[in-house]
Design a protein around this ligand. Structure first.
Ligand SMILES: *[C@@H]1O[C@H](CO)[C@@H](O)[C@H](O)[C@H]1NC(C)=O
Length: 426
């Protein structure tokens, strides 16, 4: 019924050998370069086996070489790792895409999101009645159903397809419709409630698995896209944005992370477990952090993340790693400077520039963007603020707005990512 090409899942236990295709400027006589990926440690290291890193972890260091059994008595191991002087770092873009990016996805599922269900095992069915889609997913003899709605911009047709932004929890629809962009929304509470109660479409199928609700909501975005692809010929399923704000922004980030069909990921005021840093959580606002998010809404993520409570600085990643794993697909971040709930300053001055270093290195610096605005948490003005960037991604429309500006926050804080002086050359 549905293709399963989109998920970045690889069997990662054991070394992977992959051959890099010759780039176009290489003579065809040159044989493809063999790349040997570092095997993922099995089992995954516990917090005790990972060095305490008070700065954002080096995105180029494979997990295997991050563990303290590499320290071999070295008193400077953690410092070296933080500074980008760890052993066997990723050295080329091919290695990033073939080894490190899939490793990050695996690692994030293990430590935070829980394992995303295999879409190849699912059968998705959808019917459309006017602007309402009824979506059913069957897997392993179990079935879950939910609904979505679509709003089409005027003039959209099967021969003049519109891109779409799928949202949960509501957004500013009208500026998007006026710009020729369809807006879809699904009832996220009927996919998985924002609680420990394992009801809703996702849990009807996957109850019993240690998966966070953010992942369940991400799954809802993807199954909505499947349904749009099957029943809404007025929408172009190859130009797709995903958005939500706050906890729903964390979910939008997960949706962009776990499905390569998502063209543009648009997390708004997303905070910790979104694009707020676990480290540096005191930079502004209320100080949402691992501890209070895990105790307040532990169901957003898996139980493994709970083992890092009070040890967040032993996590081998931070929010910049999540953003970097989306590259080279587009990501636009919205943060309000008057938002007392999430660490906007941390996202803007620490996470964004650290992730941008990876995007830049991959030659995709224009695919990461930020809108630092005034106003508070989930202020709808953020949607108008990012719209010129959305139009650039979907239509190629030029914009003069600087989407790398940190606004009133001014400058980035490079001391938070000391490996910035050790970006791989290749
Ligand atoms: C839409 O469905 C077709 C037919 O199953 C599939 O080949 C295509 O990859 C799907 N596109 C998206 C964006 O899911």
């Amino acid at each position: 019924m549905r293709s399963d090409h989109h998920l970045l899942l690889l069997p990662l236990l054991g070394a992977i050998t992959a051959s890099a295709a010759p780039t176009s400027d290489q003579p065809s006589a040159v044989s493809p370069r063999q790349i040997q990926c570092a095997a993922l440690p099995s089992p995954f290291p516990t917090w005790q086996q990972l060095p305490l890193q008070s700065t954002l972890p080096d995105p180029f260091l494979p997990l295997r070489y991050t563990t303290t059994d590499n320290a071999a008595g070295s008193s400077t191991f953690a410092k070296d790792v933080m500074a980008g002087k760890g052993p066997n770092r990723v050295a080329s873009r091919e290695e990033w895409y073939q080894c490190r990016q899939p490793e990050i996805l695996q690692m994030l599922q293990e430590y935070q999101f829980g394992y995303y269900p295999d879409p190849a095992q699912e059968k998705v069915e959808a019917t459309r009645s006017g602007n309402t889609l009824s979506i059913s997913v069957t897997a392993g003899g179990k079935k879950g159903s939910f609904r979505a709605t679509v709003q089409l911009p005027s003039g959209a047709s099967a021969s003049k397809k519109a891109p779409v932004v799928i949202n949960i929890g509501g957004m500013a629809n009208q500026p998007y419709l006026s710009a020729g962009i369809a807006v879809a929304q699904f009832d996220y509470t009927s996919v998985a409630p924002d609680s420990n109660s394992k009801t809703g479409a996702f849990w009807s199928i996957y109850n019993g698995r240690d998966i966070g609700v953010l992942t369940a909501w991400a799954w809802g975005f993807h199954r909505t896209l499947d349904a749009i692809n099957m029943t809404v010929p007025e929408i172009d399923p190859t130009r797709v944005g995903v958005t939500g704000c706050s906890r729903l922004g964390k979910a939008a980030l997960a949706a962009g992370l776990f499905d390569k069909r998502i063209t543009l990921t648009m997390p708004m005021s997303s905070g910790v477990q979104g694009l707020g840093p676990y480290r540096y959580y005191t930079m502004s606002g209320q100080g949402e952090n691992l501890e209070n998010s895990k105790s307040g809404a532990g169901w957003w993520t898996n139980s493994k993340l709970g083992t890092f409570v009070n040890h967040a600085e032993n996590l081998p990643y931070d929010a910049h790693t999540i953003a970097a794993a989306i590259a080279p697909r587009a990501l636009v971040i919205d943060q309000g400077t008057g938002d007392q709930f999430v660490n906007s300053k941390g996202t803007a001055t620490v996470i964004f520039p650290a992730a941008k270093l990876v995007y830049d290195w991959l030659g995709a610096g224009d695919k990461i963007a930020i809108n630092v605005r005034s106003g508070g948490h989930c202020d709808n003005s953020g949607y108008s603020g990012i719209l010129p960037y959305v139009q650039k991604v979907f239509f190629g429309t030029a914009t003069t707005k600087d989407f790398h500006s940190l606004g009133s926050y001014g400058s980035p804080v490079p001391s938070a990512y000391p490996w910035s002086t050790a970006i791989p050359k290749a």
